[in-house]
Ligand binder design. Structure first.
Ligand SMILES: [Zn+2]
Length: 131
């Protein structure tokens, strides 16, 4: 099967809570949030820690390395794509897409790395491709 095509992606809508995340994405960097109170990291970025509800959360860059935790291939659409949960080296799991690969060869446990994909007039979004 052929390598995936790029889909036209709707632009994310940054808000004050997520603006630093999208600004970093524009520079090619993935930011996570880490809670200074309990030490847990989380994604998607929120002002309050989802574990202990502290507002002492800080931005922290992610390495961009991860593994596929689970995935599903969407084939009954004009441009087939893979949606996946990727667990980052930092321990956080992201709902994302696996791109630039043969959709028939994606496997659970596969190592992936971060790539950013352009959106339709908005910030770039983080996705992953097999290593
Ligand atoms: Zn916390």
């Amino acid at each position: 099967m052929a390598i995936t095509q790029d889909r036209k992606l709707p632009p994310p809508e940054p808000n004050p809570e997520t603006q630093p995340f999208w600004d970093a994405a524009a520079r090619g960097q993935l930011l996570l949030k880490r809670c200074a109170a309990c030490g847990e990291r989380h994604y998607y970025p929120r002002a309050l820690c989802p574990f202990c509800f502290s507002d002492k959360t800080e931005w922290e860059p992610a390495s961009g390395a991860g593994k596929i935790y689970s995935f599903s291939v969407m084939r009954r659409v004009p441009v087939p794509y893979a949606i996946a949960y990727v667990t980052l080296a930092e321990g956080v799991t992201m709902l994302t897409n696996v791109v630039d690969c043969d959709l028939g060869r994606i496997r659970i446990g596969q190592d992936v790395r971060l790539v950013f994909k352009p959106t339709d007039g908005g910030p770039r979004v983080p996705m992953f491709t097999p290593v």
